[in-house]
Ligand binder design. Structure first.
Ligand code: F0G
Length: 461
């Protein structure tokens, strides 16, 4: 088989800045050992996130010039709306400035004390928006999804029995909706099968519950369905997307992922009454319903990006390039979530640094070293991001997994960039015995990973 090439050529380039190891050590220290606080031009390869970091196409840039900036009824809104309707089949399309704005609006209306929201795994902003209303966010990913070293095709699936038990215990009246995150970002970018979406739909029908998709990476999920569920091997990506969304009553979307743009999002709904309430809140918090916190040009770029993301050559390259990085580091023994996910490689920090305990944040230790050694910025998804404190003892309650995510921006880096990333990861792994843990010196009450400051702790015995 021939090399799978980037299905684009490069028209415009952006230089990246090289730094020395000494410079990076100083920069990291000044940032409180939190890569979120490093200036981006001090980063060589930025794998912090795949969100809002996509390279736009020439057609998207043309759309930016063509954007209609009318306050009300902009033609760019109608192009955006018809594209979102084409994919989701939903009736009411509400633009928002990004995914969490859609979540904020939705959960402000359906959330509240005593309410519960099941999901395969809530992303951190989804969880935070639910908890902000004093409702509870519940994760019910399948058991295999919690074991990084075990391979399965759809490790993002919802555990149907756990979901049913939970609904029976809690009573459906306290569950305003069930959510499925495609792909399951916090669980390793792992896909959810169509079969599983259908089963969740059946459960929802049985108990009269609405089903929502957190659809940030819907096209990547659809590609995995095409590759791994035989029933879909001859279906187009768009047909698969239609079917996925057909089981849902609503969706929240961060266009910063699978709409290949730098900003944008939406809430799509079928229920008229809920849509009215959401639009009213949108006007207070985001803007008029035909722009929702975005410029007309952004809506154009989203509409075009949604079309491009469903191209199979693009998705083939996208999923393969992530897998390529995964295979390279795995071949040298680096423990990762297997198989590789859609948008990122997740290093399993527990197996990478077995001697660093959760309360010394092994993922953070790896993240810092990747920066020091190679100028690569990654993100911890473990006890820093999801750790809680026991209300009585004050001790850290770690989440099930300690991960480091290497998220791949869409259409940004070439194969040689990715080869370099693999080399740095392997070097850090080979020298892992030298790594120290960290303690938290400052933290905010919510979403602490964004602003926390750390200090290294002593040598690990
Ligand atoms: N849901 C999922 C599954 C996400 O991955 C994100 C964002 C959001 C919702 C919120 O969207 O950022 O547009 O407000 N994830 C980014 C990431 C930040 O790095 O994974 P947003």
């Amino acid at each position: 088989m021939k090399t799978i090439i980037e299905p684009f050529k490069i028209k415009s380039v952006e230089p990246i800045r090289f730094t020395t190891k000494e410079e990076r050590e100083k920069i990291l220290k000044e940032a409180g050992y939190n890569p979120f606080l490093i200036h981006a031009d001090d980063v060589l390869i930025d794998l912090l996130t795949d969100s809002g970091t996509s390279a736009m196409s020439a057609r998207q840039w043309a759309g930016i010039m063509d954007g209609d900036e009318a306050y009300a009824g902009s033609k760019s809104f109608y192009r955006f709306e018809s594209m979102v309707k084409r994919i989701t089949g939903m009736k009411y399309i509400i633009p928002t400035h990004q995914g969490r704005a859609a979540e904020k609006i939705l959960f402000s209306i359906v959330g509240g004390k005593g309410k519960y929201f099941p999901n395969n795994t809530h992303f951190d902003t989804t969880r935070a928006n639910i908890e902000f209303t004093e409702a509870e966010a519940m994760d019910f990913v399948v058991e295999v999804g919690k074991h990084p070293e075990e391979r399965a095709d759809f490790k993002g699936n919802m555990d149907i029995d756990a979901l049913v038990n939970f609904i029976n215990e809690t009573g459906p009246d306290n569950i305003p909706l069930v959510m499925i995150t495609v792909t399951n970002n916090s669980g390793g970018g792992q896909p959810v099968s169509m079969q599983n979406i259908r089963e969740v739909r059946q459960v929802c029908d049985k108990y009269g519950l609405p089903l929502f998709l957190d659809a940030c990476r819907f096209a990547e999920n659809a590609y995995f369905i095409k590759m791994r569920e035989p029933e879909f091997k001859d279906k187009s990506i768009e047909e698969i997307c239609h079917e996925m969304f057909s089981y849902a009553d609503g969706a929240t979307m961060s266009a910063k992922k699978d709409a290949l743009v730098n900003i944008g999002g939406f809430l799509s709904l079928n229920n008229e009454e809920l849509a009215m309430k959401c639009r009213n809140l949108l006007i207070v918090t985001e803007g008029f319903p035909t722009y929702g916190g975005l410029a007309g040009r952004d809506l154009e770029a989203v509409a075009q990006g949604l079309e491009e993301v469903m191209d199979e050559h693009y998705l083939h390259y996208r999923i393969r390039s992530t897998e390529y990085l995964g295979e390279k580091v795995l071949s040298e023994g680096v423990p990762i979530i297997e198989p590789p996910g859609g948008h990122a490689i997740y290093i399993d920090a527990k197996r990478f640094l077995p001697d660093v305990p959760a309360d010394q944040y092994p993922g953070q230790a790896i993240v810092c070293e990747l920066y020091n050694v190679g100028g690569i910025r990654a993100v911890e998804i473990g006890s820093v991001m999801f750790g809680k404190y026991d209300k009585v003892t004050g001790k850290l309650i770690p989440p099930p997994m300690e991960l480091v995510r290497l998220a791949i921006p869409r259409r940004v880096y070439t194969q040689s960039h990715i080869d370099y990333v693999a080399e740095v990861v392997i070097e850090v792994f080979e020298n892992r015995d030298k790594l120290k843990g960290y303690k938290i010196a400052y933290e905010a009450p919510m979403l602490r990973h964004f602003t926390a400051k750390f200090e290294p702790v002593g040598e690990i015995a």
